[in-house]
Design a protein around this ligand. Structure first.
Ligand SMILES: [Fe+2]
Length: 160
């Protein structure tokens, strides 16, 4: 099948929004795996709290589709597929006593990817003239940034 080329900034934004929708599904799946792998109750709580936030982020992304007049569909997100695979492979090859460290570091990597995805989408939404879409995406970015800070602090505490 021939791939349809994206030819306008709006088509590019739509495609990347669809990939972001998949990215958040991958996050939910990964958070479930990391929650299962973590030993420390505080770390487990951090993952389950962010899973709740991720469900809110999915709802906001779907609102952005609506604001832009797009159908809610998904597109591949090979980067987050890879981040999840790397986390699972590192968990498999490490002792259970290292799993809190692996889980936090892997989640931190995922958050940083999500931060970059939202930073791009916010600028694109602004440039397409949708301040409302940009605002919703900013709310997601703020949660990802906050989570990345919490993960980093938890990792620092674990390793000190
Ligand atoms: Fe997220």
């Amino acid at each position: 099948m021939t791939q349809q080329k994206l030819t306008t900034p709006e088509e590019l934004f739509h495609y990347q929004l669809r990939s972001a929708r998949t990215m958040e599904d991958h996050s939910l799946e990964a958070l479930d795996v990391l929650h299962g792998a973590a030993k420390d109750a505080k770390i487990k709580k951090l993952f389950s709290h962010h899973a709740d936030e991720t469900r809110e982020q999915i709802a906001k992304l779907e609102q952005v589709f609506g604001l832009m007049g797009f159908d809610v569909t998904t597109a591949p997100s090979p980067s987050t597929t890879g981040i999840s695979k790397q986390a699972e492979s590192l968990l498999e090859r490490s002792d259970a006593q290292l799993h809190d460290c692996v889980a936090l570091a892997s989640a931190l990597g995922n958050e940083h990817f999500e931060i970059s995805a939202y930073q791009g989408l916010i600028l694109q939404a602004g440039s397409l003239g949708s301040a409302d879409a940009a605002k919703l995406l900013e709310e997601n970015l703020d949660q990802e940034t906050h989570t990345s800070e919490e993960l980093r602090a938890a990792l620092q505490e674990l390793l000190s």
